[in-house]
Design a protein around this ligand. Structure first.
Ligand code: CUA
Length: 351
């Protein structure tokens, strides 16, 4: 009876341990447990080392405490003996923390130095500007990473294409408030400040895939909806993508042609957005060149489908509340016109 009551006290703790174990088994796009670049691998290795060391220290301290509690517990007729000074013990509890600090500290210092290394000359240079609440992406070089004829900078938004196996050097700033660029499977987290360009640690993506990033610094009401994706692809796919961002799009036909006209005239979209090769050269909102090939819209919050794009154009605040600059078009355009705009943008694909 006494023991069962005793164990009941431990039940919440046990449940918590089980819950934590179960949660770590979840797949999450922002996982830090699955590094796909040497830079993320470095952080992951340190994380595991520190977790193991902390567990060993915790086990040793709690074990010693449990031993003392049981061995020296109160017994009738026994009094505590007072001890003053024990050279062996004092040496032990000085050396043990020093050893722990060295085991953790030495690789940490090496990792910090690695993270601060300058980019290699042939690293892909990507300048990212954080906005409330989206990401502007500008490729600045080197020229040989792009097909001949592509004029730098190449500009896009919210989805960053990079070739596999090539070092990437991201520089970061903000257009308004403090944001934070967090891309856990490829590189650590770096804050973006207005008026200050910062170097993100260089990283080399090791495998093809789509990796999720988000803003990790509270930056206003739509902070949680400020995501981005990094698409790591073969060099050929990367070059095809970069080239098509500057090639005039094929002429739109049918509904899409009607949408193009709305984009350039009645809708007024061209005042804020750029579509390369057209009259639309606005710089306020995200660049929409080859928008149809993006996987998401609204800075990574919705899958890029016809239906979602129509919803977005008609009333984006429904999906992303906040003082967004883009107007809602449900009152100024008809449903048919919005469908035409969506058809135009979704038709702008990488060929
Ligand atoms: Cu940008 Cu939070």
């Amino acid at each position: 009876m006494r023991w069962s009551r005793h164990w009941r006290g431990w039940l919440p703790l046990l449940l918590l341990i089980v819950l934590i174990a179960a949660l770590t088994a979840c797949t999450s796009p922002q996982t830090t447990f699955s590094p796909k670049s040497e830079a993320a691998g470095r952080i992951h290795t340190l994380y595991i080392l520190i977790t193991v060391m902390a567990s060993l220290v915790g086990a040793a301290v709690l074990g010693a405490l449990a031993y003392a509690l049981i061995k020296f517990r109160a017994r009738p007729g026994r009094t505590a003996s007072q001890v003053h000074g024990n050279t062996k013990l004092e040496i032990a509890w000085t050396l043990a923390p020093v050893a722990v600090m060295l085991i953790i500290g030495a690789p940490t210092i090496v990792a910090i130095a690695d993270a601060a290394k300058d980019p290699e000359p042939d690293a892909l240079k990507v300048h990212v500007v954080a906005h409330q609440w989206w990401w502007e992406v500008e490729y600045r070089g080197p020229a040989d990473a792009f097909p001949p004829g592509v004029e730098l900078p190449v500009i896009t938004a919210n989805e960053i294409h990079v070739p596999v196996g090539r070092q990437v050097s991201v520089t970061l700033e903000s257009a308004d408030v403090v944001h934070s660029f967090w891309l856990p499977q490829l590189v650590g987290k770096v804050d973006a400040f207005p008026g200050l360009v910062r170097q993100v640690p260089v990283f080399t993506p090791q495998e093809v895939g789509v990796f999720s990033g988000l803003c990790a610094e509270f930056c206003g009401i739509a902070h949680a909806n400020m995501r981005f994706r990094v698409i790591v692809e073969s060099l050929g796919d990367f070059k095809r993508w970069a080239e098509s961002l500057q090639t005039p799009p094929s002429p739109s036909t049918g509904l899409a042609a009607q949408g193009e006209q709305l984009f350039m005239e009645k809708g007024g979209c061209l005042a804020c957005h750029t579509v390369a090769g057209t009259d639309a050269q606005g710089k306020i909102g995200p660049n929409l060149t080859r928008f149809g090939s993006r996987t998401t819209l609204g800075a990574g919050i919705l899958e890029n489908t016809d239906e979602n794009l129509r919803l977005w154009i008609s009333d984006l605040r429904e999906e992303k509340p906040g003082a967004l600059l883009m107007p809602t078009f449900q009152d100024t355009l008809t449903e048919g016109e919005i469908a035409a705009l969506a058809a135009y943008l979704r038709g702008q694909r990488v060929e």
